[in-house]
Design a protein around this ligand. Structure first.
Ligand SMILES: Cc1ncc(COP(=O)(O)O)c(C=O)c1O
Length: 486
């Protein structure tokens, strides 16, 4: 292969002549060098149990890779598979025959659709509302804020109980105005793995004649099986009066390949407002049940195959092991003096904090020992913390992880290398006092070391971002990503 062609593989150039297959695979392997590839040491992101389940899902996905779900008349098989997946998940979430839904590309698309549908449903039924508001607990996923930004809805953020991390329903009631269109609860929230009081939120929505969305993206499928296994859980699904839509992701604890999620509605009279058609142009009549138009049948087939291959027994076996492991991790972390788990997680995911060390530095110490756990910022009601999602590939490694976490924590304390949140915040305020907004942003980026190269150690970036006002946080994060991508 010519030097020029090899060079083209390394940089963003279309090669003069095509590279050969082996060279392409080799180049792609090299590009993965800095990825989180040792999945047994990564507490998040990859939910697949691997083995035969993954092999079956992969085969199904590849069988439908080229099928275009855009056209249900040309590819009726994809619609049939989608209907079956939707019905399986609606049944798990105890919906009756009137519950309907669609497959989407992920939790974010499902949430975007739930809010767009709520906005348009309300526009039709309550046209007097011109400035719609959705009430969101602080623990709700950022996708709700994205939906509000996209669809011109005002997000009204309410608090949570700082011990249990459950949404504060009294505050939700007080936040309702004549413009409110929807209440939101999570089952569960990602950050702490806690289920909101959905029965109370649903009852409030019913009382006030509002729509009510339950975000079951990460927990909906898992909790449904847990309930069938006899675990004590509060109700969060379609048995709760007042709940009008639920999102549930197949590509998380449904174990299907990405991109696969499900958005469900109480009935077709609501779902009607999700669908978009256009017959006004010179091209084909466009009819889209969800946001994407052309889309691969792969995720639909992958989801169908995963559900059918794993079966109830497959899910239950895995869930039992995940929940047992979560208990070991939660107890183990709470047993390290100086670390504490936040709230009481219902799910196989949770977070922990510390008053003794900077948790973002702790995350880096743990990373140096070969483990990935995820930093989460403080809010007005919660401290900076580290998140753990217990997923199939990490099963069996909990004792090794706990030993390394303890070692990392002790070493960090002993090192005296303490990046103090309060001091960094003070430094930030001093640094930007009297500067114009643009100057302030530039100085903050310099302080955090946010440039074109991603640092190995993100603790300074994270500590600076944590110390900023909500507006500056948002700006800096958006601007950083704008810098990173070409
Ligand atoms: C509770 C919850 N909702 C929504 C989402 C967004 O899902 P996605 O990343 O598939 O868009 C997530 C992602 O983790 C989540 O945990």
């Amino acid at each position: 292969m010519s030097e020029a062609t090899l060079e083209a593989a390394a940089y963003g150039v279309v090669p003069e002549t095509g590279m050969d297959r082996e060279a392409i695979i080799e180049a792609l392997k090299e590009k993965k060098a800095n990825d989180l590839t040792d999945l047994a040491r990564v507490y998040g992101y990859t939910y697949s149990p691997g083995g035969e389940t993954e092999a079956v899902a992969r085969e199904a996905y590849m069988m439908f890779l080229k099928e275009n779900a855009l056209d249900i008349t040309s590819y009726p098989s994809v619609m049939v598979l989608e209907r079956e997946v939707v019905r399986m998940i609606a049944n798990l979430l105890r919906g009756d025959e009137s519950v309907v839904g669609n497959m989407t590309s992920g939790g974010t698309e499902s949430i975007l659709l739930a809010l767009k549908t709520a906005r348009d449903y309300t526009r039709h039924h309550r046209p007097e509302i011109t400035e719609p508001e959705v009430i969101l607990p602080r623990t709700a996923h950022p996708a709700f804020h994205k939906a509000c930004a996209y669809f011109n809805i005002k997000p009204v953020v309410i608090g949570f109980d700082t011990t249990t991390y459950k949404a504060d329903v009294a505050e939700m009631r007080a936040a309702i105005t004549p413009n409110t269109i929807m209440l939101v609860g999570s089952a569960c929230g990602y950050a702490q793995g806690v289920i909101d009081p959905i029965v109370e939120i649903g009852a409030l929505a019913k009382e006030k004649g509002l729509l009510c969305h339950v975000d079951g993206c990460v927990g909906g499928i898992h909790f449904s099986f847990m309930r069938r296994m006899g675990y004590a859980l509060p109700d969060f699904d379609f048995t709760v009066e007042g709940v009008t839509s639920i999102s549930a992701d197949m590509h998380k604890y449904g174990y299907a390949p990405k991109n696969a999620s499900i958005i469900l509605y109480r009935d077709k009279s609501i779902r009607r407002f999700q669908i978009f058609a256009c017959g006004l142009t010179t091209t084909y009549a466009l009819v889209n049940p969800t946001m994407l138009s052309s889309k691969s049948g792969g995720p639909v087939a992958g989801s169908w195959a995963t559900l059918k291959y794993m079966g109830e027994a497959g899910y239950q076996n895995l869930i039992r092991r995940l929940m047992d492991t979560t208990k070991i991790l939660v107890d183990g972390i709470n047993a390290i003096p100086g670390l504490r788990v936040l709230g009481q997680p219902d799910m196989c995911m949770f977070s922990f904090s510390s008053d003794e060390v900077n948790v973002f530095q702790l995350q880096y110490e743990v990373k140096k020992r070969g483990w990935y756990i995820q930093p989460q910022f403080s809010t007005p009601l919660s401290p900076p913390n580290l998140h753990i999602s217990v997923i199939p590939p990490v099963l069996g490694n909990e004792e090794a992880f706990l030993a390394d976490l303890r070692g990392a924590f002790e070493d960090l304390k002993a090192s005296g290398n303490h990046l103090d949140f309060g001091m960094v915040k003070e430094q930030i305020n001093g640094l930007i006092a009297g500067l114009s907004e643009d100057e302030a942003k530039e100085r903050l980026q310099q302080l955090a070391g946010m440039d074109d190269d991603m640092p190995e150690d993100f603790s300074m970036v994270n500590t600076v971002i944590d110390g900023l006002s909500e507006d500056l946080r948002k700006f800096l994060l958006e601007d950083y990503v704008n810098q990173l991508f070409v």
